[in-house]
Write a protein that binds this ligand. Structure first.
Ligand code: SF4
Ligand code: SF4
Length: 150
């Protein structure tokens, strides 16, 4: 299996860009980003804490996952777009590298003058990141039903 560094951070490129990716949509967490097992109580605590949201990859059978909330988004939020709650317009991401979502860490800054060329390896695209949560679908679907706000 191909291995990847812990992140592809390039602070000088990202400082020029000031976080176009973070202003567009938060990256996705993997279960391994959390220091505790993904139990119902743990996931519910994250959601009620105000900084995490359930989103999903739309399929015949949606695949739910966790990501940071957007500034105006709720805790159950399949909408596309919105600035990540962890993004500061002046200083960028407020999270330290050890708690930043895997998909954010796997985005390779590629150039910011004129056009953005930032890409992540395909194993970290939306569908494949969502599939990392397959064994936790029962918990996430129960929380989606319980916490959904119209
Ligand atoms: S990863 Fe790309 S889009 Fe995101 S802040 Fe860095 S240069 Fe900008
Ligand atoms: S967690 Fe940090 S790097 Fe990821 S989208 Fe939010 S502000 Fe950007």
């Amino acid at each position: 299996m191909k291995t990847h560094p812990h992140n592809y951070e390039n602070k000088s490129l990202c400082a020029l860009c000031k976080g176009s990716c973070c202003k567009a949509l938060p990256g996705q967490y993997a279960p391994s980003d959390f220091k505790e097992p993904i139990t119902y109580e743990f996931a519910k605590g994250l959601l009620l804490g105000g900084k995490h949201a359930i989103d999903w990859f739309e399929d015949d059978n949606d695949i739910l996952y966790l990501r940071p909330r957007t500034i105006h988004g709720g805790m159950i939020d399949p909408s596309w777009g919105g600035r990540c709650i962890h993004h500061d317009l002046e200083t960028g991401c407020e999270l330290t590298d050890d708690v930043r979502p895997l998909q954010c860490r796997m985005l390779k800054p590629g150039g910011v003058i004129g056009s953005l060329k930032c890409t992540a390896p395909s194993e970290f695209n939306k569908e494949n990141m969502a599939k990392m949560w397959l064994e936790h679908q029962t918990i996430l679907k129960e929380l989606r039903r319980e916490l959904y706000e119209d």
